[in-house]
Design a protein around this ligand. Structure first.
Ligand code: PEP
Ligand code: MG
Length: 763
């Protein structure tokens, strides 16, 4: 059954037009399941009915004609109940409604399954048979599985259809709203800019073309350019190139030389498709054939074919437009759109043009979102139902508070949006003006504000002037941007620069926290559950070589200074602290030994741990004896307490640091830390959010660490609230039943104090 299903889905993927694809599905289902009829209905939200889109078995004239209301007939019932309906005799069912146009009088058995994507009923697929019988469990399971696959295709086609229509009528673009997850607050307006790494065949929207000769020329030039690039690459790699890489290049050459691929692409072009679309159709067919082979080696080759073809695609576009899109070449206010926004992509983008970020994958606490917030660039994450290629070149309005993106906005919407951006600017000027005032609540409680640094060297330097120090320096980013582990001396230079910048303020450096969603390109880790795997301190304790080099570099960088503190990430048990402390002592003794004949002094740094794995909540008294300070990593604490991957778009709605359970854990930590007399900071994202900062202060936290961009905002918030009031808010939040209720209390509180403009668009 699995093979049949796979084959039907693959065939469907080969057909670019949804209507035709649905017809193919209907007839393949009818044939392979040996039923008398298979039909597909799609929902029309506006008219509140299902329309018959494809059938093999009902009267063909009924297609596009028959509409069944959401609360009518058996089709409506399947949609309403959101579950399969399997009946022996449809005519006897109380909800049966006769539609003469479909001519289904002779059919008795009926099996209907809803097509659902992200809780939305998109349509219904049915199988019918003359015989009076219940469909078997196997048949039911088959249809449910197929419906789940269909749902993805229908969603993609839905979005593609709407957006590609809007691009085809350039003079009259149609406004379209796309929903994602709020990634970084703020409003942005700009032209969608997708870099070449986002231009892939998978994202390519097929188009027809009127001049086949021109398209064939484009295709041939694309192949020629690719051949040259591949030649250059293989020459460059010729020395010491490993065998498996060599074989990939050999395969590339072979494919580029093969007449068959070119012949098939050119035949598609002659059928009326443009060069890129023809390539997509042929290559996806090839890739599917390779994927279906038994041999895993051959299955892997499907990836190579797609990779090579993506290169050809980029070269076709280069030939067509005369330019290759590259982030460096942005020349106007832009919104960067990519499948997955990376640190290097942001580093490459000209800052003066970067207005906003849209990441197709990821979630609110992916490191890309954290980076966007640190840069103060509005961002929307997890825009799953759209592709970078579709947003490329379109005017976009981005609301980082709500996660909404408006594509090709109408004039009135655009001018309202511009007005909101102006109001934001006024508000941020007011905040700016008070940036030098001490962060003290209205009833005189001083809160120390620290900066989270390390994500990008040039951003924070100008902004942490008003901070009390660096509460979290993420050391992994410089490791991620290199092609190999940085040497001890390279690390010394980097850390020394940071420690020297503000010698009188404490700088808390966290040891390497890679793994999870922070891979090192030169140290790949393949795990089924990377967030539960070899991450942070677990990896570095298994590699004392890496750990010791880093600790030695930190200590050497701090010679003659007294402001270094060392912090360990991902601690889940006391023994890890013991082991790390032993290595730190060893490094300390080594350096002392190395400088003993000089007049230089090495100060022993304080040692702290991140509280981000739930187990430590139950061992705080024991841990308090081992360390000098705690720092709460609320980002990971949320993910591990709620069992929600912080990076997974599908469950992004469940990830929330304002979940009352997370708030209770945070409250518990500060009470226990105070009781054990260990200073505690919060350095997760919640500390840099207006509502979060107020709740943390109310709980008793007196040190908050956040990205430099939020520092002034939080300073302003703290000066506009009182401990007394915030404690009342905390009581409401802790007794709420869900994070939505917490948000509504926070929003009321902020609006009441004239601080609402900090958490939504406008002043
Ligand atoms: C955290 O987990 O809250 C944290 C500050 O660390 P990171 O986001 O780097 O995992
Ligand atoms: Mg963390």
């Amino acid at each position: 059954m699995l093979t049949t299903l796979k084959r039907i889905v693959q065939e469907m993927n080969q057909i670019p037009e949804l209507d035709q694809a649905l017809f193919r599905v209907a007839s393949r289902v009818k044939q392979t399941m040996e039923v008398d009829s298979c039909s597909i209905y799609l929902a029309d939200e506006e008219k509140q009915d299902f329309i018959l889109k494809a059938t093999d078995g009902l009267h063909p004239d009924a297609v596009e004609m028959v509409r069944i209301g959401f609360s009518e007939g058996l089709i409506g019932l399947v949609g309403q109940r959101e579950e399969p309906l399997n009946i022996e005799n449809a005519h006897k069912h109380p909800r049966f409604k006769h539609y003469p146009e479909v001519k289904e009088e002779s059919y008795n058995a009926f099996l209907g399954t809803p097509i659902i994507h992200q809780r939305r009923v998109l349509g219904v697929i049915t199988m019918q048979q003359q015989a009076m019988r219940r469909f078997s469990e196997n048949e039911e399971a088959f249809l449910v599985t197929l419906a789940a696959q269909l749902a993805l295709e229908v969603t993609n086609a839905e979005i593609r259809g709407a957006l590609s229509n809007s691009s085809s009528v350039e003079s009259m673009p149609i406004q379209k709203n796309v929903r994602g997850i709020p990634g970084s607050p703020g409003l942005a307006i700009g032209t969608g800019f997708s870099t070449d790494s986002s231009i892939t065949l998978r994202n390519w929207v097929v188009k027809r073309a009127s001049d086949p000769d021109l398209e064939i020329r484009l295709y041939r030039r694309g192949v020629e350019l690719t051949r040259k690039h591949v030649d250059i690459l293989s020459e460059r790699l010729d020395l010491g190139i490993p065998d498996d890489v060599k074989s990939i290049f050999q395969l590339y050459h072979h494919l580029l030389d093969a007449n068959s691929l070119g012949r098939e692409v050119e035949a598609k072009i002659r059928e009326g498709w443009d060069a890129a679309s023809s390539l997509k159709m042929v290559v996806e067919d090839y890739a599917a054939r390779f994927q279906n082979m038994e041999d895993p080696y051959m299955q892997e080759r499907a990836i190579d074919i797609v990779d090579l073809s993506n290169r050809i695609l980029i070269n076709i576009l280069y030939e067509e437009k005369g330019q290759q899109p590259s982030a460096r070449e942005a020349t106007q206010p832009s919104i960067l759109v990519a499948e997955e926004v990376s640190a290097s992509m942001l580093a490459e983008f000209p800052r003066q043009y970067l207005q906003g970020i849209i990441s197709i994958r990821g979630s609110n606490n992916s490191h890309a979102a954290i980076l966007a917030r640190a840069m103060g660039v509005p961002a929307v994450m997890g825009c799953q139902n759209v592709s970078p290629a579709l947003l490329n070149g379109k005017e976009l309005l981005l609301d980082g508070y709500s996660g909404e993106v408006i594509v090709s906005p109408e004039a009135t919407i655009r001018s309202e949006f511009v007005q909101l951006i102006d109001e934001e600017k006024i508000l941020s000027k007011r905040i700016e003006a008070d940036a030098n005032l001490a962060s003290e609540t209205q009833d005189g409680c001083r809160i120390a504000l620290y900066v989270n640094a390390g994500l990008s060297a040039d951003i924070e330097a100008t902004q942490f002037a008003n901070a009390d120090g660096i509460g979290l320096y993420r050391t992994e980013i410089p490791f991620m941007l290199r092609q190999r582990f940085p040497s001890e001396q390279e690390q010394v230079e980097l850390y020394r620069q940071i420690l020297m910048a503000t010698p009188e303020q404490t700088i808390t450096m966290r040891t390497l926290d890679v793994g999870g969603d922070k891979p090192l390109p030169y140290f790949p880790i393949n795990e089924e559950n990377p967030f539960l795997g070899w991450r942070g301190i677990r990896l570095t304790l298994d590699h004392p070589d890496i750990f010791l080099v880093q600790i030695r570099a930190m200590l050497r960088a701090s010679i003659g200074l007294t402001n270094l503190q060392i912090m360990l990430p991902m601690i889940s048990s006391v023994s890890e602290v013991d082991e790390a402390r032993r290595l730190i002592e060893q490094a300390f003794d080594e350096i002392c030994d190395e400088i003993k004949h000089t007049d230089r002094m090495l100060n022993k740094p304080k040692l702290g741990i991140m509280l981000e794995v739930p187990s430590v909540l139950y061992q705080l008294p024991q841990l308090a004896k081992q360390v000098d300070f705690f720092s709460v990593g609320s980002n990971d604490l949320t993910q591990y307490l709620l069992a929600v991957d912080r990076n997974n778009t599908r469950v992004a709605g469940l990830y929330n640091s304002y979940h009352p359970a997370v708030l209770s854990a945070l409250y518990d930590i500060v009470k226990q830390s105070d009781a054990n007399q260990v200073p505690v900071t919060v350095c997760g994202e919640i500390a840099g959010e207006p509502g979060g900062a107020i709740l943390l202060v109310a709980m008793g936290y007196r040190k908050l660490s956040m990205n430099a961009h939020n520092l002034r905002k939080i300073n302003w918030v703290i000066r506009n609230v009182s401990l007394h009031d915030s404690r009342m808010l905390l009581t409401k939040a802790l007794t709420a039943s869900a994070h939505e209720e917490v948000f509504s209390h926070i929003n009321q509180y902020l609006e009441h104090r004239g601080l609402g403009g900090l958490v939504r668009a406008g002043s």
